[in-house]
Ligand binder design. Structure first.
Ligand code: TYD
Length: 197
């Protein structure tokens, strides 16, 4: 049985996921929790390939590679961490595939199917920022997905998942400290008591 807690942070490129995931992990560690930051795509195997500048693949192959990378991430990092009782904070998870590959392929259900072996997180947040603003925050383009039209469609799928109760929305347009406070306020009810050391 898992003792830890799996938390996922989602949002369009430029929403502030990395800053906020790391801030949450810092707060958790300061408050007595064993916590770990991790992110997708990972830097090994399929994840490494997907992150290579100039890498291209057909949309279906790309979706399979993101799913394969996730299976490796779960086996290598997430499950062992949860077994040890860690709060694992993942900067992107299955919902990124549902939103991005779902839009690109036009088949959200197939994307869900190929990701069905990734365990459901205990809590998943959408850091919601309007794509035009999110893109304006990106100084150096890093991803082939950083396009306004695509990110608008991606955001719509994320918001559908909020409406379905899969994601908890947090306004990502506020000052970073305030966003962290809101995330922590919404995360607290899910946290066990910190371990006494
Ligand atoms: P991103 O989190 O932006 O990585 P970094 O900030 O280190 O560049 O992820 C890279 C891109 O990959 C991003 O544009 C979203 C995309 N992506 C998917 O399309 N599907 C997925 O399942 C994942 C995890 C990411």
């Amino acid at each position: 049985m898992n003792k830890g807690l799996l938390v996922a942070l989602e949002g369009v490129d430029g929403a502030g996921k990395t800053t906020q995931s790391k801030a949450i992990v810092r707060w958790l560690k300061k408050n007595g929790y064993a916590a770990k930051y991790t992110s997708e795509p990972t830097s090994v195997g399929a994840g490494k390939l997907l992150s290579k500048p100039g890498f291209t693949a057909s949309p279906a192959l790309e979706a399979l590679l993101f799913a394969a990378d996730r299976i490796g991430h779960v086996k290598r990092v997430i499950e062992p961490g949860l077994r040890k009782g860690y709060v694992i904070v993942s900067d992107r998870y299955t919902y990124s595939s549902i939103a991005y590959q779902g839009v690109i392929l036009g088949d959200v259900e197939w994307v869900r199917t190929i990701n069905k072996f990734a365990p459901k997180p205990d809590v998943a947040f959408l850091l919601d920022v309007e794509p035009r603003l999110a893109l304006s925050r990106i100084k150096r383009p890093r991803s082939r997905f950083e396009k306004l039209g695509l990110l608008e469609a991606v955001r719509k799928i994320y918001l559908d998942m909020v409406a379905a109760g899969e994601l908890i929305v947090v306004d990502g347009t506020k000052p970073p400290k305030q966003v962290t406070e809101e995330l922590l306020a919404k995360l607290r009810p899910f946290l066990p008591n910190p371990r006494c050391r």
